[in-house]
Design a protein around this ligand. Structure first.
Ligand code: HEC
Length: 125
């Protein structure tokens, strides 16, 4: 076993979390619209179990209110790919993300719009 490859991502993730995450109690909510409400409902149905209420993350998945998910680092296409194909663990110690089979592309678009609005409200970009 390569100890550097095993431990380094854990350390990196810990540092990134300290440096960049927005704590749950500090989240600023975007001004709501009917479209964002739909995105929020879809997000809560399909994504929040791991990515957390309002995108703050959980012990099963990373926060979206984090500079790692700035649109310049992970564009909207990453969300469609993640939902369809899943994600191999590479940034964090949470493990792989399995594909989310039941979500449609139309629903993913509403989720992306909601996550971007949350990110904007919290100064991620
Ligand atoms: C069962 C837990 C789980 C669920 C449910 C889940 N994710 Fe994830 N997701 C993860 C984990 C874990 C990662 C981090 C993988 C890594 O980079 O280490 C991740 C990473 C991502 C990424 C980053 C992809 C990349 O290219 O690095 C995106 C985007 C994403 N998820 C979107 C979603 C969306 C959208 C939903 C809902 C439709 C969703 N996830 C539901 C666990 C989950």
């Amino acid at each position: 076993m390569n100890i550097t490859r095993t431990v380094a991502p854990l350390l990196t993730a810990g540092l990134l979390t300290l440096a960049g995450a927005v704590a749950a109690q500090d989240v600023k909510l975007p001004e709501t619209t009917p479209a964002l409400e739909r995105g929020k409902a879809n997000y809560e149905k399909f994504c929040s179990a791991c990515h957390g209420a309002n995108g703050v993350g959980t012990d099963k998945g990373p926060p979206f209110l984090h500079r790692v998910y700035h649109p310049g680092h992970h564009g909207d296409g990453a969300f469609f790919r993640a939902a369809k194909q899943g994600v191999r663990a590479h940034h964090w110690p949470f493990g792989d993300m399995a594909p989310v089979d039941d979500v449609t592309e139309t629903e993913v678009q509403t989720i992306v719009d909601y996550v971007r609005a949350l990110q904007r409200a919290n100064g991620i970009f």
